[in-house]
Design a protein around this ligand. Structure first.
Ligand SMILES: Cc1cc2nc3c(=O)[nH]c(=O)nc-3n(C[C@H](O)[C@H](O)[C@H](O)COP(=O)(O)OP(=O)(O)OC[C@H]3O[C@@H](n4cnc5c(N)ncnc54)[C@H](O)[C@@H]3O)c2cc1C
Length: 645
C-alpha cells in the first residue's frame, strides 16, 4: 500500500510535470486534433515529399558515410570487444557528423530534420552503436536544448565546439529517478553573490558521459515560494567535464549496444558559472521534456533503417529455404510474419518522414507525432525483429560470425535485437509515451471538467459550469454528424478511400468514446492506465493509417505501374482496423481489475509458494553487491577553484 509520503511525492511529481508540460499549441497537431474528433487530412496530404535539392544533400552525405563505415566501423568486432574504434570517431568528427543539426553559422552542417533522420536511418541499418554516439550528442545533448533555449552567447561559445566534435551528453536519470525526473536528488546551490552554483549528485546511464566534454545536467535549485507553498525547481546547466569535481564513477555495460559509451557520473561541489544555466532557473524540467519531445525522433529514424535493411534477409531466406517441399515464405505462418514485417516497415517509414517534414516546414506541432513515432517504431520494430528471427529459425539465433565461419551467409538479426531493445526504454519508455499521449488526449476535458470537480479557491462554480456547457453543447453534437468525404481522394483507389473514410469516422468515434469514459470515471480515469492505453493505441493506429495512405498515394502517382505500395497500405490498414476494433472492445469489456489484484498479491509476497525447485537468491559472488555502492566521496570544496567560464 502506498504510504502518505508516497502519495505526497506522487502529487508533487504530478504537479511539477504538469508545470513543465508545454501547454501552448503554436501549430496544429494532427494527433491532438484527432483526439478531439477532427481529422486533419490536410496536414498529411499531399504527401510532404523531400525537395530534390534537399534530397541531393542527404544522398551525397550518405554516400560519404558509407565509405567511412566500410573503412572504420566493424559492428561485429565492436559487439565482440565492446570497444568503439577511436579512428571512426575522429573521421566522423572530420566529416562534420557531430554537427549535423547545428546551423552553418555555428560551424555545423545545418541538415534538415529529414536529412538528419535519413542519416540516422542509414547508420542505424549498419551499426546501432555508432548511432548512439551521434544521436545522444545532438538529439538530446548540448546542441538540442541550446537550439531552443540557449542565449546567443551560449550558442556562440558552445555550438562551434560541439559541431567540431567535442562530445556532449544529457544527464537527467539518477539511480533512484528514472521515468519520474521530478524527484531528482542532484542539487545546485547558488553562491552567496549569485555568480555560480555548486553542483552535487550522481547521474546514471549518461550516454557519451564517460567520454564527454560538455554535458547538459539537470539539478534541483532552491524552491520557489508560491502562495505560501514551496514549489520545487529544476534547472538545466551546461557543465564542462574538465572542471574540478566531475567524476566518472563507473562505465555501464548492456545486453546490446556494446560500443556505447555510458556511465555513472558524480558531481562533487562542481562550480558552475550562473551564465551556464540554459533558459532560466526552474525551467530545467521543461527544457528536458521539450528536448526529448523533438529529440526522440532519432530513435524511430534509426529503427526504421534497421528494419528496411532486414527486408533483404527476409526475402532471401524465405525464398531460398525450402522445407516440406516449399520455400518457407510460402507457408502461411511465415508469409504472415514477413508480410506484416514489410507492411509495418512501410508504415513506420511513412510516419517518420511525415513527422520530419512537419519539423522542417514548421507547419505542425510534432510533440505527439514524435512520441507516436517512437512508440510505434520501437514496439512494432521489436515484434518485427522477433518475427524475422523466427523466420530464420536456428540461424536467426546463431551469431553472424559463427554462421560465416561455417560457410553460411551471416545474419545480424540477433545483434540488432539486442541493440534495439533499449529503444522501448530510453528517451521515454513505451509506458511513458502512453501517459504523455493520454494526457494530451484528455486535455480538453481536463481543462474544462477538472476545475469543476476540483475547484480552486475564489473560482465561481456557475462560471466554470457555464464555460464547460458552452463548449460541449457545440462540440458534442458534431461528433455524431457524418464525416466529410470530400478529402480530395479521387485518385485513391476504392480500397484506400474506404480506409480513409474509416479513419475519419473513427476519429469522431474515438473523441466520443473518450468523452463518455471521462464522464463515467471522472478524475479517477487518470488511474485507468490500460483504458487510456487502449485509446492511445487507437490514436496511434489512426495516425499511422493516414500516413500510410498519403505515402502510398504519393508513390503510386510517381509510378502508376507499380501497385506494391497499395498492397502494403492495404495490409497495414486492415491489421490496424482489427487492432482498433479490439481496443474499443477492451475499453468496454475487460478484466483490468485482475491485473491489479494479482499484481498487488505478488507485491505482498503471496505467491512465494510458487517458487519451488529454484535456485534461491543470488550466486555467492554477487551477494555482497552493496559494497560497490558509489557512496559520495568526501566532497572536495571546488568552490575555491575558478570555474573556466
Ligand atoms: C542504454 C541506456 C542509455 C541511456 N541513456 C541515457 C542518457 O543519455 N541520459 C539520461 O538521462 N538517461 C539515460 N538513460 C536512462 C533512461 O532514459 C531510463 O532508463 C528511462 O527513463 C527509464 O527509467 P528507469 O530505467 O529508471 O525505469 P523506471 O522509471 O524505474 O521504470 C521501470 C518500468 O516501470 C514503468 N513505469 C514507470 N513509471 C510508470 C508509470 N507512471 N506508469 C506506468 N509505467 C511506469 C517504466 O516504463 C518501466 O517499464 C539510458 C538508459 C539506458 C538503458
Amino acid at each position: 500500500m502506498a504510504t502518505k509520503e508516497d502519495l505526497k511525492a506522487k502529487d508533487a511529481a504530478m504537479e511539477l510535470a504538469e508545470e513543465a508540460r508545454e501547454t501552448e499549441w503554436k501549430f496544429p497537431s494532427f494527433t491532438a486534433e484527432m483526439f478531439r474528433g477532427n481529422f486533419r487530412w490536410d496536414l498529411l496530404h499531399p504527401y510532404p515529399a523531400q525537395s530534390e535539392e534537399d534530397k541531393k544533400i542527404g544522398d551525397e552525405l550518405i554516400a560519404k558515410i558509407k565509405d567511412l563505415l566500410d573503412k572504420y566501423v566493424d559492428p561485429v568486432e565492436i559487439d565482440k570487444t565492446g570497444v568503439y574504434p577511436k579512428e571512426a570517431l575522429e573521421k566522423m568528427k572530420e566529416m562534420g557528423l557531430f554537427g549535423m543539426k547545428i546551423k552553418p553559422e555555428y560551424g555545423g552542417l545545418g541538415l534538415s530534420v529529414t536529412n538528419y533522420a535519413r542519416v540516422l536511418s542509414f547508420i542505424g541499418s549498419y551499426c546501432q552503436s555508432t548511432i548512439t554516439w551521434l544521436s545522444a550528442h545532438q538529439s538530446i545533448g548540448v546542441p538540442e536544448p541550446l537550439r531552443t533555449f540557449g542565449t546567443e552567447e551560449q550558442k556562440k561559445k558552445y555550438l562551434p565546439r560541439v559541431a567540431k566534435g567535442e562530445i556532449s551528453a544529457f544527464a537527467l536519470t539518477e539511480p533512484e529517478v528514472g521515468s519520474d525526473p521530478a524527484q531528482m536528488k542532484t542539487t545546485a546551490t547558488p553562491s552567496p553573490d549569485g555568480s555560480y552554483y555548486l553542483l552535487n549528485g550522481v547521474k546514471l546511464w549518461t550516454t557519451n558521459g564517460p567520454d564527454a566534454d560538455v554535458i547538459v545536467v539537470m539539478a534541483k535549485t532552491p524552491p520557489k515560494i508560491k502562495n505560501g507553498r514551496e514549489i520545487p525547481q529544476i534547472t538545466a546547466f551546461i557543465v564542462e567535464t574538465n572542471w574540478p569535481g566531475v567524476e566518472v564513477v563507473t562505465r555501464c555495460k548492456f545486453m546490446g549496444l556494446k560500443g556505447l559509451s555510458n556511465g555513472m557520473l558524480r558531481f562533487n561541489n562542481v562550480k558552475v558559472p550562473t551564465e551556464n544555466i540554459i533558459g532560466k532557473p526552474g525551467m530545467g524540467l521543461k527544457i528536458a521534456l521539450t528536448t526529448l519531445n523533438t529529440g526522440r525522433l532519432g530513435v524511430p529514424s534509426a529503427g526504421v533503417g534497421a528494419a528496411k535493411r532486414f527486408l533483404e534477409d527476409a526475402e532471401w531466406w524465405a525464398k531460398n529455404r525450402v522445407q516440406w517441399g516449399r520455400p518457407i515464405g510460402q507457408h502461411q505462418e511465415i508469409a504472415k510474419k514477413i508480410a506484416n514485417f514489410t507492411a509495418n516497415t512501410f508504415a513506420t517509414q511513412a510516419m517518420v518522414f511525415i513527422t520530419c517534414s512537419f519539423a522542417d516546414k514548421k507547419n505542425a506541432d510534432i510533440r505527439l507525432e514524435a512520441a507516436a513515432a517512437k512508440y510505434f517504431a520501437t514496439e512494432f520494430g521489436w515484434q518485427g525483429m522477433d518475427d524475422l528471427l523466427q523466420t530464420l529459425g536456428g540461424r536467426g539465433y546463431e551469431m553472424a560470425d559463427s554462421l560465416y565461419n561455417r560457410g553460411e551467409r551471416p545474419f545480424f538479426v540477433e545483434r540488432f535485437m539486442r541493440d534495439s531493445r533499449v529503444g522501448r526504454i530510453f528517451e521515454g519508455s513505451s509506458e511513458i509515451m502512453h501517459l504523455i499521449m493520454a494526457r494530451e488526449a484528455l486535455d480538453t476535458h481536463f481543462s474544462l471538467v477538472m476545475p469543476i470537480m476540483k475547484p480552486q479557491k475564489g473560482q465561481s462554480m456557475v462560471k466554470l459550469i457555464w464555460n464547460a456547457l458552452k463548449f460541449y453543447i457545440k462540440w458534442y453534437p458534431k461528433l455524431w454528424l457524418p464525416s466529410s468525404t470530400n478529402f480530395n481522394v479521387k485518385k485513391l483507389n476504392s480500397t484506400n478511400r474506404d480506409h480513409l473514410k474509416y479513419t475519419a469516422k473513427t476519429c469522431k468515434r474515438l473523441a466520443r468514446s473518450i468523452f463518455h469514459t471521462m464522464a463515467k470515471y471522472g478524475p479517477k480515469l487518470e488511474n485507468e492506465q490500460l483504458i487510456l492505453g487502449n485509446y492511445v493505441d487507437i490514436g496511434v493506429d489512426l495516425f499511422v493509417m493516414a500516413s500510410c495512405l498519403s505515402y502510398a498515394e504519393y508513390l503510386m502517382n510517381k509510378n502508376p505501374n507499380d501497385d506494391s505500395p497499395q498492397d502494403l497500405a492495404d495490409l497495414f490498414c486492415k491489421n490496424a482496423r482489427q487492432r482498433i476494433e479490439n481496443n474499443f472492445k477492451a475499453v468496454k469489456k475487460n478484466h483490468n481489475y485482475m491485473y491489479r489484484k494479482v499484481g498487488d498479491k505478488l507485491l505482498e509476497g503471496k505467491y512465494r509458494w510458487l517458487e519451488f525447485d529454484v535456485y534461491e537468491g543470488l550466486p555467492p559472488k554477487y551477494r555482497d553487491y552493496e559494497k560497490n555502492l558509489p557512496i559520495p566521496a568526501e566532497a572536495p570544496d571546488n568552490s575555491k577553484t575558478e570555474a573556466k567560464a
